[in-house]
Design a protein around this ligand. Structure first.
Ligand code: PMP
Length: 462
């Protein structure tokens, strides 16, 4: 890692505050108070003050192989010195893009054999909207255009991605969603399950899809899109009854099933794709993040034969693509990343070893007086913070999100990145996290909970 005393933190913060507009940030309120991150190795990041922080979020759910992997940098360097950029429009290709398409198709379920590359998860979901609509036009069903998505889902930040997402604060800025997208309830048992058992609630949440399709008419519904496990919404793990019922409904009503694998893809749930974990067969899978472990920006849509046979097979030219679709250096980064995941057997490791190991320790945090539920699947987990353990839906007597933000700040002070979503805390560490580091993560999370609890007591909130 770099030597941090080379950095003049205050000057960096001031320069940042002068010109940099931060994503998903109140940039004015932030002012010259950014954390300046200068290095990363394995599961650790280092700030400009020399603090080592355990990156419990794998960046933004993306650094599957951890930080600082030289072989990815070397692969990118080698590709850049050969061919740093060329496009894949106009009847051209290049070795890294064809190899990566081949590789992703070999990892994807057998019925999915085509990959359309993009620069990000948001672009992938915009591509999904275009593909889905094109598919039904070509099938001679031009009225099948509406896409059903879920409240509190996240599918990106472009106009299309934010519209598919069900984040009301995002919708409130800029008149979203665009027409042709409707949202149904999410399978969030802790928050919305009422008196139902998880299994009953899972069926109820899935049947909201059936009800919405029947209300609009199946002849007007093009697709349903969902994350296998909602990530940005707060690591919401659907009850086991949910996905099989969703798959049944889509199949029976002839609705395309889009499974957004941007977070769950590439090992996060202990399978190459989250849909494999839940046993469903998607028609389209948007991907990004873990595809390159975030070393360079790249995403894509993995397409089933059902859709490709129509849109490619019968559709002629598809007027869609990005300058950076199949960027050679990004493809080289992705190939090197996937080679590491395969060589180090990280997917099996999440399913059989580190996944169960961390899950057991994380769930034990459920005993803490501040925790209403500690859940984890694969290597993504959440802690629901509650003022008292009397029931699931009890809220703090403070604006929603204040306690989560307080806890997140204590986490940073304890050298751990945990993200606050509402009043829950979430983690999604790199897949390479060792047993000792997993213990360290849980120890720091526990200290963070203790500090948050003490502060809430002081404020009379618990
Ligand atoms: N889909 C999901 C499920 C995501 O979690 C995200 C990003 N957090 C996106 C799409 C958007 O990806 P990007 O930020 O790369 O545009």
């Amino acid at each position: 890692m770099p030597t941090s005393n080379l950095y003049d933190t205050q000057s960096l913060r001031e320069r940042d505050a002068a010109h940099h507009w931060h994503p998903f940030t109140d940039t004015k309120e932030l002012g010259a108070n950014s954390r300046v991150i200068v290095g990363g190795e394995g599961v650790w990041i280092e700030d400009s003050e020399g603090n080592r922080i355990l990156d419990g979020m794998a960046g933004l759910w993306c650094t599957q192989v951890g930080h600082g992997r030289r072989e990815i940098a070397d692969a990118v360097y080698a590709q850049m010195t050969k061919l740093a950029y060329y496009n894949t429009f106009f009847k051209t290709t290049h070795p890294p893009v064809l190899e990566l398409a081949e590789k992703v198709a070999s990892l994807a379920p057998p019925h999915m054999n085509r990959v359309f590359f993009t620069g990000s998860g948001s672009e992938s979901n915009d591509t999904v909207i275009r593909m889905v609509r094109r598919y039904w036009d070509l099938k001679g069903k031009p009225h099948k255009k509406t896409i059903i998505a879920r409240r509190n889902g996240y599918h990106g930040s472009t106009v299309g991605g934010a519209s598919l997402g069900g984040m009301t604060p995002m919708h409130g800025q800029g008149d979203l969603p665009i027409p042709g997208i409707v949202h149904i309830a999410q399978p969030y048992w802790f928050g919305e399950g009422g008196d139902l058992s998880p299994a009953e609630f899972g069926l109820k949440a899935a049947r909201a899809l059936e009800a919405a399709i029947d209300a609009f008419g199946a002849d007007r519904i093009a697709a349903f899109i969902a994350e296998p496990v909602q990530g940005a919404g707060g690591v919401i793990i659907p009850p086991e009854t949910y996905w099989p019922e969703i798959a049944r409904i889509c199949r029976e009503r002839d609705i395309l099933l889009v499974v957004d694998e941007v977070i769950c893809g590439f090992g996060r749930l202990g399978e190459w794709f989250g849909s494999v974990h839940f046993g469903v067969e998607p028609d389209l899978m948007p991907i990004a993040k873990g595809l390159s472990s975030g070393y360079l920006p790249i995403g894509g849509v993995v397409v089933s034969d059902r859709v490709a046979d129509v849109v490619i097979g019968e559709g002629g030219e598809f007027y869609h693509g990005y300058t950076y679709s199949g960027h050679p250096a990004a493809c080289a980064a992705a190939l090197a990343n996937l080679a590491i995941i395969e060589r180090e057997k990280l997917v099996d490791r999440v399913r059989d070893d580190i996944g169960p190991y961390l899950q057991a320790r994380w769930r034990a945090l459920g005993e803490h007086p501040l925790v209403g539920e500690a859940r984890m699947i694969g290597l993504m987990g959440a802690l629901e913070l509650v003022p008292e353990k009397t029931g699931r839906a009890v809220r703090f007597n403070a604006p929603l999100g204040d306690v989560g933000a307080l806890c997140r700040d204590f986490a940073f002070a304890n050298g751990l990145v945990m993200r606050g979503v509402r009043d829950s805390m979430i983690i999604s560490p790199p897949l390479v996290i060792s047993h000792d580091e997993a213990d360290e993560l849980v120890a720091r999370a526990r200290l963070t909970l203790d500090a948050t609890h003490a502060e809430l007591k002081r404020r009379g909130l618990v």
